[in-house]
Ligand binder design. Structure first.
Ligand code: AVI
Length: 323
């Protein structure tokens, strides 16, 4: 682990190495079914594109989650109680967190965890200005990996993980269970406040991942740009198309990049062939019923303490506890 002091803030740096990125990309593209891990969307440009997605009319998730937060924040913080250590997995710009931080009763500290180092440091710098009394302990890491959670100086009543945005939907079933189990271990005796997107009319889902301005397409294609820049590759972005659809049998949105021609792409000194119409699977976004999610949570050892939804039941925020 690297330790960096920037603007008197200590960064706990467990960022994955470039070699890991290369290996995972090559492995994914050499499989018979080509795929790329969606966690690699989020470099600095990718994170900014995602922020733009969150502003789109069609992308109901962020807006709905924020509205639920606004309406229920006092009920949420009274369950979390005083002196908790808030640990946010994938903190991004920490926008939603400010609502929590404003309302929490004397939090012992805040641990934002994100893989995009520059964005993490930018948001942490802004947070320390806005909340000078708060102990902020930023961690740069792939949050599914194994790393130690830093301890604040104040005593901690309970650890509460915060995982908003329905990012749990981007995990396949087994990894979702493993990740929830990992959080259960970190937060034993505490809880998890989590955003979970719900099953709904397919057309609403389809529009959310095929927006009219093409921002989601740009976000998807940016992954190839990133591979070009960081791994000396020569993807031609106009030779791939964004393709996203809801697969009802699997309860997930699938996002792909489809080759628009027969082509060969070089990544470093490795050549990869694509047939016309062949796809790279870049992301899944699972949608749950409340019952399905309660089963998953229970399998990881959590009890569903409270569920808040919007009037249309588009999205849920859930507080899960673990003994
Ligand atoms: C981060 N995650 C919850 C988003 C989602 O909806 O699955 C990522 C995303 N992909 C396309 N649009 C947004």
């Amino acid at each position: 682990m690297g330790r960096e002091k920037k603007h008197s803030l200590q960064l706990y740096d467990f960022a994955p190495e470039r070699n890991t990125f290369r290996e995972e990309v090559l492995q994914g593209l050499q499989d018979s079914r080509k795929e790329l891990p969606s966690k690699y969307f989020y470099d600095d440009v990718g994170s900014q594109l995602f922020e733009q997605i969150c502003e789109l009319d069609e992308y109901y998730l962020t807006r709905t989650e924020l509205r639920i937060m606004q309406e229920q924040i006092h009920n949420m913080v009274s369950l979390l109680g005083p002196n908790c250590l808030l640990i946010e997995y994938g903190s991004g710009s920490s926008t939603k967190t400010c609502k929590l931080l404003d309302a929490l009763q004397s939090p012992a500290g805040y641990v934002p965890i994100d893989i995009a180092k520059e964005q993490l440091m930018r948001s942490v710098t802004a947070l320390t200005t806005a909340y000078p009394a708060l102990d902020v302990l930023p961690v740069c890491a792939d949050y599914t990996s194994d790393f130690a959670i830093p301890s604040p100086t104040k005593p901690v009543s309970r650890r509460v993980a915060y995982f908003p945005g329905s990012t749990i939907g981007n995990f396949d079933r087994e990894p979702a269970l493993r990740f929830l189990q990992q959080i259960a271990k970190v937060c034993e005796g505490g809880g998890l406040l989590i955003g979970v997107d719900l099953k709904k009319d397919f057309n609403i889902l389809h529009r959310a991942y095929n927006d009219s301005q093409g921002v989601t397409a740009q976000f998807n294609l940016h992954l190839l740009m990133r591979i070009n820049q960081e791994l000396d590759a020569n993807f031609q972005l106009d030779q791939f198309g964004h393709y996203a659809f809801y697969n009802p049998g699997q309860s997930r949105i699938e996002m792909h990049l489809v080759s628009l021609t027969n082509q060969k792409v070089r990544i470093g000194d490795v050549e990869i062939s694509f047939k016309l119409g062949e796809s790279i699977w870049t992301e899944s976004s699972y949608k749950y019923t409340l019952d399905e999610f309660a089963h998953l949570a229970a399998a990881a050892g959590f009890r569903v303490e409270r569920v808040w939804t919007d009037a249309q039941q588009l999205f849920s925020i859930q507080y899960l506890t673990i003994d």
